[in-house]
Design a protein around this ligand. Structure first.
Ligand code: TXA
Ligand code: MG
Length: 397
């Protein structure tokens, strides 16, 4: 058991100075302008050098980070979050040099050069050949390794200060919604890790897009913060496919490398019911949502289950005043807590608010969570991927 310490850092005080050469942005050097923030980073580096696993902010979700080259440190990640031993980790780097240092013959496959130039640092993970430097516990014995260069200034600066790459899955207990605030990490992992760097809320809110460019054509294995639409525009990615949408692969299906396939994911304690729309332009959707919700409550009550409080997670329309939290009643003895996750035509807002909403409802002791489906455009693809996995029932109205 640890007494988990939480250190706040201010993102504003982390800057980067571009370097010379082919990758000026990717090889930029970190400058920290505040003593307290520098001390927080030093403290984090100390824990990581000692082989501990700690909570860190990234632009997507909080990560549970440890030295990716230290087998024993990596084992602490699996233990702290109770992660299945066969679910491989993402390795996080902070420069092209660091990337090369972990690849066979220090070579970055050609196919990735344009994506790296355009979208690193950022919410994109790429699948690369693994070298013998990467412990088997990171790759889970696969011949490939997943690598990401986060854009969050604190994560970048921390990896640079360590001088070694960090393996980091999302910092939730396995199966729970991913954490987008330091308090989420504390809730799930207090006592199990010594330290959390609190860098505020994660700007993207869903995990990185996992791209396998070693396949022909290249494929998105997990939709995430970098959209299909943007990635498809990169030279060499014209034929980009999305796993499960454009193709399936029985071999991939057996191995848990396709994120979220084999294991339960993103699930709050309460049963999640996804109410999706058949027609995106349906003006009667609000009425249909309400009716489906009442029908489901009745069906569930008829099984003998007690429903005393329901949670609702919905979008708002442009121009509608956003109210984060509304308490009402559904009937005499059923309370109702409604949260808003963002405007419906702005999937990046919904992505930012979704995990936070699911977690907030779960901590408000609701028995059921009703969540609204959105269009799969842009970040909507990642949102719907997570919501479908979180939901035990999906209804189309
Ligand atoms: O945004 C993110 O990616 C966050 C932050 C912390 O960086 N991390 C994250 O890690 O989401 P995690 O462990 O929750 O998801 C990593 C996924 C795994 O589900 C795994 O299946 C996939 O990446 N993965 C890892 N190595 C792989 C490989 N060699 N081939 C295919 N997929 C791999
Ligand atoms: Mg995860």
């Amino acid at each position: 058991m640890f007494k988990t310490q939480v250190f706040k850092v201010n993102v504003e005080n982390f800057k980067f100075e571009k370097s010379e050469g082919v990758f000026p942005e990717q090889n930029a050097k970190s400058l920290i302008s505040n003593q307290q923030d520098q001390e927080a980073i030093d403290k984090a580096v100390e824990f990581l050098k000692q082989g501990e696993a700690i909570g860190i902010p990234t632009e997507t979700v909080y990560g549970l980070a440890a030295n990716a080259l230290d087998e024993n440190a990596v084992s602490k990640i699996f233990a702290a979050k109770n992660r299945p031993q066969d679910n491989p980790l993402i390795v996080h780097v902070s420069s092209i040099e660091m990337l090369k240092s972990i690849l066979p013959n220090n070579v970055v496959p050609e196919v990735y050069l344009p994506v790296i130039r355009q979208h690193w640092p950022g919410p994109l993970t790429i699948i690369l050949p693994a070298s013998s430097l990467i412990p088997i516990s990171v790759t889970c014995g696969h011949p490939t390794v997943a690598v990401r260069f986060p854009s969050h200034p604190v994560a970048r600066s921390l990896i640079e200060a360590c001088g070694f790459p960090l393996a980091a899955p999302s910092a939730n207990s396995s199966g729970k919604p991913s954490p987008t605030l330091a308090s989420h990490v504390y809730h799930d992992l207090q006592g199990r890790i010594p330290f959390i760097l609190d860098g505020g809320s994660c700007n993207v809110g869903v995990e990185s897009t996992v791209l396998d460019g070693l396949r022909n054509p290249p494929a998105i294995l997990r939709p995430g913060g970098l959209t299909y639409e943007l990635l498809k525009n990169v030279p060499g990615m014209e034929k980009l496919q999305v796993y499960k949408k454009h193709f399936v692969d029985t071999e991939l299906e057996q191995a848990p490398t396709t994120p979220g396939m084999k294991y339960r994911h993103y699930s709050p304690e309460a049963k999640v019911i996804l109410i999706d729309r058949k027609n995106e332009l349906d003006t009667k959707f609000n009425d249909k949502f309400e009716r489906a919700l009442r029908d489901q409550v009745e069906i569930i009550q008829n099984t003998g289950a007690i429903v005393s409080k329901v949670g609702i997670l919905r979008t708002t329309q442009d121009g509608e005043t956003a109210i984060w939290e509304t308490n009402t009643t559904l009937s005499n003895n059923i309370k109702c807590l409604s949260l808003q996750m963002g405007r419906s035509g702005h999937p990046e807002e919904v992505a930012r608010g979704m995990f936070k909403g699911l977690r907030h409802l779960d901590q408000s002791d609701v028995d059921l969570i009703f969540v609204e489906g959105i269009s799969e455009d842009r970040e909507g693809m990642a949102v719907m991927n997570r919501l479908r996995k979180a939901a035990s029932i999906t209804i189309e109205v």
